[in-house]
Structure formats: C-alpha cells, structure tokens
Design a protein around this ligand. Sequence first.
Ligand code: ZN
Length: 134
Amino acid sequence: MTEILKVKTTKHTSIVNITPQVRDAVRRSGVKEGLCIVYVPHTTACVFINEGADPDVVKDIVYTLESLIPWNDPNYEHGEGNSAAHIRSAVIGNSRIVPIIDGNLTLGTWEAIFLAEFDGPRERNVILKILKEA
Ligand code: ZN
C-alpha cells in the first residue's frame, strides 16, 4: 500500500520527526512482516534516521552540514541560488527502508525518522510504500 504524508516545514532549514505518522501508517496497513520504504520526491529535502531522544543531536547534524556545505560559495553554478540545499539533500539521500517485524517498525530505542528540508519553508510529500513479505 501507499500513503502520502503532507509535511509543512516552517523554517529555511527544518528537521521534522515523522516517526509517529510512519508508525500509524504501518499500523493501518495491517502488514505484520515486511518493509516500509520512506521516500521524499523533492530535490532540497531528504530523509534520514538518527537519534530522536536528544534534540541536540539533530542540531549538531545541521551545524555540521552547514559547516561542510556553506550556503554561499562563489564556485556554485546552479542559477537558482540554492545549491547548498541540493547538495545537503544529495549527501543524505531521499529514501530509507525500515523493516516491519510483528507489525512494528524496527527502529532502535533512540532512533527516529526525520524529514529534512534545506530550502523551506515548504509543504512536502513523504511517500510511504508498505510492502508485505511474500
Ligand atoms: Zn535549485
């Protein structure tokens, strides 16, 4: 089954914990054993899994991405002026796969699924494909 989550970002850089919505979608699907693919079809957004318990971890991830990939660089060629957002998203990637076991997403104790947007605010779609094991 497919579900599309609508996620509104509120800042230029926004990291949104979408774990509750993904867990709900898996529950609604009724799939007990399978895979949940989380995919973001946007070029300045991405999806990653990391610590959701301490918000400072996400802050440090953003800080490091901004340090490594600065917003302004005279060598960027993309005319829209948001090359850094594209690069930050490309480095992280636009999908993740989470196993479903016994009806639950098998995230680690401290793990959460995040949508990141690097050129917001925008409304974004997160496509969930929930696949039942054959
Ligand atoms: Zn662009």
